[in-house]
Design a binder for this molecule. Structure first.
Ligand code: MN
Ligand code: MN
Length: 472
């Protein structure tokens, strides 16, 4: 016989609500109005995705929008008053925007950092060749890609060539209606018996990522490389370039797809380069919209994250530190004192749990589509290698900020322990003695030519960064 109950039973529902984390689809936790606002915000996001597919194009977009909002080029040595808006363009491939706060930078600045480079196929210095009656470009892939995903899709050519005479020519082919497009061919299944026995990593080799660019020769009775010559003739007529000019060019081939709504409910945005333009756009728009920040806010849109942030336009370089040093100097402060009091949201995407590949994740600690901006206390690989980690205190601060401002958020790891991993710019900014945490939009099919993100998560990332900028 059971003991006689002396106390009423625990209220499981109440205790659960009070004590346990419950994870629900975020769409049920926000109003229809919020979903509408998110959808509307993403119309602007899609326009941005279509207008700016490369780091150079994002910088031009950001500078144009910033100038419209009253930002002017930053001049070091000049004193700025609260509310003044400045930008600094690093070689057309990275940009910093700042709004001077009511308190200036004496209590540190608030930084949001996102990257604007994405995986793609770059041209080699001598790209153009002819073989078996067709002309192709040799490429060198940039960033972490599954090479097989980059064959047999329409590609567009973007970039800048600096001609022998120094003239700069910007190229964009394959984006407008009626433009020609390009592609990397793949072997037909009928003849792929040997290829199909290879691993996914080896099935398409880096040296086979050659782009089809032409097949009609110049009219001539004799001569070699007549198809290659015909292609060069077109490029010369259009851009004034010769073959040698490829050596001084930044040319990238990217998927020619336009951003699209995905799903019957249009809940997602599918596009090339959501990583990390899906955080760059919220960081940019938050900088444009932030009202009277207390502390100076600094938005940095950086290049070269996909290859480790190396190079003078990547965040491993000193350019952000120099900029903040200039802000500090204008207020008669030491850069190290400003940096040591600064806080940063390293805004980069994380992996969204993919139901088809659930095994790659640890579901209790994964980020889910539609559950809001994803927070990562640390990234990295193996035993938390190659990453910084936000302190409990800083996580607490960001968590309260998001709660206070109605920002739907979640926290997770990128995937199962020891399965792989990834890094962000966080460790470089942490290296400046700044408090840093990774936040960003969870992505499905990351680094593929067509990545998916939830509109609600995109909007919540914007809201999160805006609340960080407008915090007291
Ligand atoms: Mn990224
Ligand atoms: Mn990436």
């Amino acid at each position: 016989m059971a003991d006689k109950k002396e106390k009423p039973q625990d209220d499981v529902k109440e205790l659960t609500e009070k004590l346990l984390v419950t994870r629900k689809n975020g769409c049920t936790q926000v109003s229809d109005k919020t979903l509408e606002t998110a959808d509307k915000y993403c119309e602007g996001y899609k326009a941005f995705l279509n207008a700016a597919k490369t780091e150079r194009e994002v910088v031009s977009f950001a500078v144009t929008e910033a100038e419209k909002a009253g930002f002017v080029p930053f001049e070091h040595g000049k004193k700025y008053a609260a509310g003044e808006k400045v930008y600094w363009n690093n070689r057309g491939k990275a940009v910093i925007l700042a709004v001077i706060g009511e308190k200036g930078c004496r209590d540190g600045v608030r930084i949001a950092a996102a990257h604007i480079d994405s995986p793609r196929l770059d041209l080699k210095p001598h790209p153009l060749y002819e073989k078996d009656g067709v002309s192709l470009f040799k490429t060198h892939y940039y960033g972490g890609i599954k090479k097989y995903q980059w064959t047999t899709i329409p590609l567009a050519m973007h970039g800048r060539v600096v001609l022998k005479n120094g003239r700069r020519v910007d190229i964009c082919v394959g984006e407008r209606e009626g433009d020609p497009q390009f592609t990397v061919t793949d072997l037909l299944p009928h003849l792929a018996e040997e290829q199909m026995k290879k691993t996914l990593a080896k099935g398409v080799e880096g040296e086979n990522l050659n782009i089809f660019v032409g097949s009609r020769p110049v009219r001539a009775d004799k001569g070699d490389n007549l198809v290659k010559l015909a292609v060069m003739k077109i490029l010369n007529e259009k851009y004034g370039m010769t073959e040698e000019d490829f050596v001084s060019a930044d040319i990238e081939f990217v998927p020619a797809f336009r951003a699209a709504d995905v799903g019957f409910d249009r809940s997602m945005v599918g596009a090339y380069g959501n990583d990390d333009r899906v955080c760059a756009y919220p960081a940019l728009t938050a900088a444009l919209h932030a009202k009277k920040p207390t502390n100076t806010i600094v938005t940095v849109l950086a290049d070269r994250e996909e290859i480790g942030s190396y190079g003078n336009t990547g965040l491993e370089s000193e350019f952000l530190r120099y900029f903040i040093a200039d802000l500090a100097q204008a207020e008669d402060m030491k850069a190290r004192h400003v940096l040591s009091r600064s806080k940063c949201l390293s805004a980069d995407v994380t992996a969204a749990l993919d139901p088809t590949y659930e095994d790659a994740y640890e579901t209790t600690n994964a980020c889910y589509v539609n559950s809001g901006v994803g927070v990562c206390k640390y990234t990295g690989a193996r035993g938390k290698s190659g990453t910084s980690e936000a302190t409990a205190e800083y996580v607490s601060e960001v968590r309260s900020l998001f709660e206070k401002n109605g920002v739907l958020w979640q926290i997770g790891e990128m995937g199962r322990v020891d399965l792989g991993g990834g890094g962000t710019v966080a460790l470089y900014i942490a290296g400046l003695n700044v408090d840093v945490i990774d936040i960003g939009v969870p992505v499905l099919s990351m680094h593929s030519p067509f990545e998916l993100v939830s509109k609600l998560d995109v909007y919540m990332t914007y809201k999160g960064i805006l609340s960080f900028y407008e915090a007291e």
